[in-house]
Design a protein around this ligand. Structure first.
Ligand SMILES: Cc1cc2nc3c(=O)[nH]c(=O)nc-3n(C[C@H](O)[C@H](O)[C@H](O)COP(=O)(O)O)c2cc1C
Length: 192
């Protein structure tokens, strides 16, 4: 968490590069780095990390444990340990925006709970997804359900392999613009 007010944005971001360097010096296996979405220039940071050539993939994003307050007891409590299925749109946006311009794989993490969100991440250009909360909530049998549902969707859409549709949505530059621009104005102006 970049909460230290004495540190600049550059100092916070430099930490990632230091960690990569140290891990790289000590490991010969491929490195996957999971990052936070807290950055004042996230696109640039993600691209620079991918350009180091030292990470095989970047995982977008870590989901920080967020304390809550109990207003009856005024205590700080443990809450929201698990993500909800609608949290996937944050990594989806950034994967859609960057999958074509980074030089490493992107892996989606946070809010991926079912086949639909896995498929969306792949359409946006993710090479892999990570699922945590969903398996805590639904049990490990859920893996089969997700895989089966992905296959059903692929069959219904005549895709034989994941590479047949990986990044398909972001190939269209108009779609890319939709992930950049805030669409609230458009949404409200569509009401009669
Ligand atoms: C019970 C539990 C324990 C976790 N422990 C860690 C941890 O030790 N380190 C870490 O970086 N993330 C940890 N996470 C965060 C997950 O790796 C993941 O980033 C987060 O749950 C978002 O993914 P999800 O939406 O698939 O759950 C934990 C998550 C859960 C639910």
């Amino acid at each position: 968490m970049p909460f230290d007010e004495k540190k600049t944005a550059e100092e916070n971001e430099a930490l990632y590069f230091e960690v990569i360097k140290k891990v790289k010096e000590n490991l010969s296996i491929p490195i996957s780095l999971k990052i936070s979405h807290y950055s004042s220039s996230l696109s640039k940071l993600i691209k620079l990390l991918s350009w180091t050539g030292d990470v095989q993939s970047l995982v977008l994003f870590n989901r920080f444990y967020s304390p809550d307050i109990n207003i009856k007891t005024n205590e700080v409590t443990v809450n929201n340990i698990f993500s909800s299925p609608d949290e996937y749109t944050l990594p989806l946006r950034w994967i859609a925006l960057l999958s074509k311009s980074v030089e490493c794989d992107l892996c989606a993490s946070t809010g991926v709970h079912n086949a639909d969100s896995v498929i969306k991440m792949l359409l946006a250009g993710a090479s892999a997804v990570q699922m945590v909360s969903s398996f805590y909530v639904n049990g490990l049998d859920h893996i089969k359900k997700v895989n089966d549902d992905i296959l059903l969707w692929m069959q219904a859409n005549n895709y034989d392999t994941i590479s047949d549709f990986k990044g398909k949505i972001t190939k269209d530059t108009e779609n890319h613009k939709l992930f950049v621009r805030s669409q609230f104005m458009k949404y409200y102006s569509s009401f009669e």
